[in-house]
Design a protein around this ligand. Structure first.
Ligand SMILES: C[S@@+](CC[C@H](N)C(=O)[O-])C[C@H]1O[C@@H](n2cnc3c(N)ncnc32)[C@H](O)[C@@H]1O
Length: 291
């Protein structure tokens, strides 16, 4: 699923007014977030709605309706953002990847696993997460370090993709893990991967956008929440994510470009989480926060 941006181009003052309208209509959505930014090359302002959803047409019509009163003269433009081609990215590289105690390998590399390593077998396929991307590797490394420092009795992997992080958490911690994704193909692939890795109980899969499912209250609150999604949805869902975190719990966030980390930290500091550690991998950051 690609990230789509619907936006209007205007002056700074008018962009701020448009942003107010956008924020009001998308306040309750998990998958759409409104923001404004300057395009320095053209010296114009853009008020945008970013989303990862199949419901672009419905978002567009709600937006058009809301802008029709005061801003109908501003055309709604559209951009497909290139940095979320998860499936193409999951096909990058096939050699085993090592992070923390984990080695993620394809079925052709079973003999490369060394004694003492926690092996996870994932073949590149229809969902993101072979371990090659800096965000996945960062989460694996952070997971190993959090497990050394804090007791974890259950975990949530939000945006599970191939299921790699959920399987890693289960193999490392031996605790119940809930794994969810907005994309039903991902949850099916993740469940298949779990079976291939010998995980038959203790790992639950569900398809849900953000926290919109009763499965979170049934299985939570969680001592550990891992969310490798994207900076904007992570900021948007900060209040719900923290509401599902157990007292003393840990959060691992990734999918964040280095330059976006301050905004993400500010959103979670605003929910009373404290920064514990940041890891950098290929321009991406993975952040550990605690309650
Ligand atoms: C970068 S991939 C991460 C996959 C895997 N967890 C990993 O670390 O390699 C992000 C995943 O989050 C899912 N996703 C995006 N927005 C979501 C949302 N609002 N709620 C749940 N899942 C979401 C995508 O479908 C995708 O599978």
């Amino acid at each position: 699923m690609s990230e789509i941006r619907l936006f209007v181009t205007t002056t700074e003052k008018q962009a701020a007014a448009v942003l107010d309208v956008m924020s009001a209509i998308f306040e309750e959505d998990d998958y759409a977030i409104a923001t404004m930014e300057i395009d320095e090359k053209r010296d114009v302002w853009e008020a945008s709605v970013y989303m990862m959803t199949d419901e672009e047409e419905s978002v567009r019509s709600r937006l058009a309706q809301a802008l029709e009163v005061e801003f109908s003269h501003l055309p709604i433009e559209r951009e497909v953002l290139p940095d979320v081609d998860w499936i193409a990215k999951s096909l990058e590289g096939l050699a085993p990847v090592r992070a923390g105690r984990f080695v993620i390998h394809g079925s052709h590399d079973r003999d490369k696993v060394k004694p003492g390593e926690i092996a996870i077998e994932i073949d590149a396929g229809q969902a993101f997460g072979t371990g090659h991307h800096g965000t996945t590797a960062g989460c694996l490394e952070m997971l190993a370090s959090v497990a050394r420092s804090r007791p974890v009795r259950n975990a949530l992997d939000l945006g599970t993709g191939s299921g790699v992080l959920a399987i890693a958490a289960w193999k490392l911690l031996h605790v119940p893990v809930l794994a969810t994704d907005i994309d039903p193909i991902a949850t099916r692939v993740a469940a298949d991967n779990a079976r291939r890795n010998g995980v038959v109980t203790g790992l639950t899969f569900a398809t849900a956008p953000g926290f919109h499912s009763t499965t979170f209250s049934t299985n939570g609150p969680f001592d550990l929440i891992i969310a490798n999604i994207l900076a904007r949805p992570l900021m948007k869902m900060a209040p719900q994510l923290v509401a599902n975190l157990a007292p003393g719990g840990s959060v691992i966030l990734s999918g964040i470009l280095a330059e976006q980390r301050w905004k993400v930290l500010a959103a979670y500091n605003g929910q009373n989480l404290k920064h514990a550690r940041t890891l950098w991998r290929n321009g991406w950051v993975t952040i550990h926060l605690t309650r």
